[in-house]
Design a protein around this ligand. Structure first.
Ligand SMILES: *Cc1c(COP(=O)(O)O)cnc(C)c1O
Length: 225
């Protein structure tokens, strides 16, 4: 795996997708998902200029944070168990998987500073996927408005593994519409300006549909375990 070469390739694809969609490339941040690779390989992403790193389990995150902590901007992208909140919440910069009130309450209790959170949305309503149903998102955001430690900066989704490009595009488009509805509520606790969507298989479509954070593992850093 030549991580630097992969990063350059992905950047050029993101740039092209931005041009097709009339977007500014500065709006799109690349998160290197390092859950399947070693610290050494994660370091290569940092060396290639990718400062955003994403982990989905607290063991993997804490292990990498120990060595790479200061250098990276940390994204927690996996489902976070309530009892694990205290171990990670003051070390991460972004949480992509806020999906229930009990988790929000634990963050409110444990976090020292406001945490930038994405609400995870299950756009395809697959039973295997985490996240709120679309219709549950606005009531949930409204419930969070009293929380001091939760800043709803955007919405996150994982699209299903399907080949149908137009269906994928529709899921991303729907997430953007939902984001715009929340932005329009003008809640101080929920600026909701960001969209975390797009992975190795579908990030170009996600960028065309408005992604501001793409989360890429396999095609950037590979899969070692
Ligand atoms: C693993 C993972 C990714 C990256 O997936 P790839 O297909 O390897 O790019 C992105 N987001 C989440 C939430 C993940 O768990």
């Amino acid at each position: 795996m030549n991580v630097a070469q992969n990063a350059a390739h992905i950047h050029s694809k993101i740039k092209a997708a931005c041009e097709r969609a009339n977007r500014n490339i500065d709006e799109v941040k690349l998160v290197a998902v390092t859950k399947y690779v070693s610290k050494e390989t994660a370091q290569k992403a940092l060396d290639a200029g990718v400062v955003h790193l994403g982990e989905n389990r607290n063991e993997g995150f804490l292990d990498k944070y120990e060595t790479l902590g200061e250098e990276a901007v940390w994204h927690f992208i996996g489902s976070l168990q309530t009892r694990k909140v205290k171990d990670v919440i003051d070390k991460i910069d972004y949480l992509h998987s806020l999906d229930r009130l009990s988790l929000a309450k634990e963050i409110e209790k444990r976090a020292e500073h406001p945490v930038k959170c994405f609400i995870q949305v299950n756009v395809s309503n697959e039973e295997t996927k985490h996240g709120l149903k679309k219709e549950e998102v606005i009531p949930f955001v409204q419930k969070l408005s009293d929380f001091q430690k939760i800043e709803v900066i955007g919405l996150m989704t994982m699209a299903p593994h399907i080949e149908d490009q137009e269906k994928l595009r529709h899921y991303f488009y729907e997430l953007r519409l939902l984001k715009e509805k929340i932005t329009a509520l003008n809640l101080p606790s929920a600026p909701c300006t960001e969209l975390s969507m797009g992975m190795s298989n579908d990030y170009e479509i996600a960028v065309e549909e408005g992604a501001t954070f793409v989360r890429i593992g396999t095609s950037l850093v590979g899969k070692e375990f």
